[in-house]
Design a protein. Sequence first.
Length: 129
Amino acid sequence: MGNLVIGLILIVVIGGAIWGTVKRIRYGSSCCGEYDPAPKKIRVSDRNKKNYPFVYELSVDGMHCSNCTRRVENALNSRYGFWAVADLASRTVTLRTKSEVQEDVCSKIVSDAGYVLLNMKPIKNQEDI
């Protein structure tokens, strides 16, 4: 009887491990505590860099995974005249805009996405980007 109970417990543990592994493979492992598929990427229709004369570098706190960067990019890209590309390694976002933008506007957008804008600085030499 004891062997049967131990066998059932092992089956349940192994089944849970397999289920968790399949879920991580399908949806990715997320630091955000969610196991849902990554949000669909919002693509900017105008991808001509010459149409975005203002370029900023945003330092964002709280981006820990690719889902985080996708959420920040989507929040910014959903605004007309914004084109954002987030970099997880440096925890920064390169933001191109068609018109000048104030830091408090970007801070509100980023905070509504669940992250914190630490710093926003204009980039002068845009050819390097």
